[in-house]
Design a protein around this ligand. Structure first.
Ligand code: ATP
Length: 284
């Protein structure tokens, strides 16, 4: 249902070296599934996610969603096709001077819904899905982070999309609130049949939610496996980045081996990755 074929996205700025954020990525995401995309900061996860709705148009390659090749569209046709794709973000992206209900109605207005009463009814329906109807008249500043993300989910669902793209949706939330938001995403997937694509650097999020996992490093998709494998004791990801992401992660050296100094106080990721991998069962 989502098909990425040889997608490459290069950012070129005058006077600077071009950055290849996504390099020749091909990925098939079945309808109604939950696809996790994991990798370190700068791996190209967000760019790849934004490639799916062409918020970031790939430099080369094709993107097809629900049988429509988005990369062949432009202007009004692309705008219409995008209505089948909702998106939520780490920072929620709500409009602060609009109420919760108005925020959700706004997405319907952008989608071309001209009837105010239809917009209001559809917004109310979307707020009900994430159980936040009682906050309809509140402003974003009056909500907790978890409530803001639920409103953002409602806003994304109001246009009745077939796909929901989630860019680090729980990174700003505590573990309990994270669990609540992930449960709503699972419910939306199960009850409405919406295909969910979730970008995260948290393996816990992937373990809790995803059907399939794609691992990114330096713009490339380096490994794919079913998320169920993560629950198998004998499963070892093929790539070192995959193994690292499965490890306990942070390993801070608090021994006295370092001399204080500006350069040395900054962490050096490479050896630490190796250290963590060794702790997690080893790299060869
Ligand atoms: N608009 C842009 N202009 C120039 N370079 C960009 C732009 N957006 C992203 N990049 C670069 O592309 C690379 C991939 O960035 P991207 O945000 O997709 O990675 P990411 O894996 O989502 O990282 P994070 O987890 O930190 O959000 C990085 O080197 C980043 O600096």
């Amino acid at each position: 249902m989502i098909s990425l074929r040889h997608v490459t996205t290069t950012f070129a700025a005058r006077g600077k070296e071009p950055v290849v954020a996504v390099e020749d990525v091909s990925l098939e995401i079945p309808q109604g599934s939950i696809q996790g995309i994991i990798g370190f900061s700068g791996a190209g996860k967000s760019t790849l996610l934004r490639n799916i709705n062409l918020l970031e148009r790939p430099s080369t390659g094709e993107v097809e969603v629900a049988g429509t090749e988005l990369t062949s569209l432009d202007g009004e046709e692309l705008r219409q096709a995008r209505h089948q794709i909702g998106m939520i973000f780490q920072g929620f992206n709500l409009v602060n001077n609009l109420t919760v209900a108005q925020n959700v109605e706004l997405s319907l207005k952008f989608a071309g819904e001209s009837s105010k009463s239809v917009r209001q009814a559809r917004a109310a329906e979307a707020l009900e899905i994430v159980d936040i109807t009682e906050k309809a008249k509140a402003y974003p500043a009056q909500l907790s982070g978890g409530q803001k993300q639920r409103v953002a989910i409602a806003r994304a669902l109001a246009t009745r999309p077939q796909v929901l793209l989630c860019d680090e949706p729980t990174s700003a939330l505590d573990p309990f609130t994270t669990a609540t938001v992930l449960q709503y995403l699972a419910d939306v997937n199960r009850d409405l049949g919406i295909t969910v694509v979730i970008v995260t650097h948290e393996m816990e999020v992937i373990k809790a939610l995803a059907d399939d996992v794609a691992v990114m490093e330096d713009g490339r998709l380096v490994e794919k496996f079913p998320a169920a494998d993560l629950h198998r004791e004998d499963f070892t990801p093929r790539t070192s980045i995959g193994r690292y992401l499965m490890s306990d992660g942070i390993n801070v050296d608090r021994g006295g081996g370092h001399t204080a100094g500006a350069e040395e106080s900054a962490p050096t990721p490479a050896p630490r990755v190796e250290e963590n991998l060794t702790a997690a069962g080893g790299v060869r």
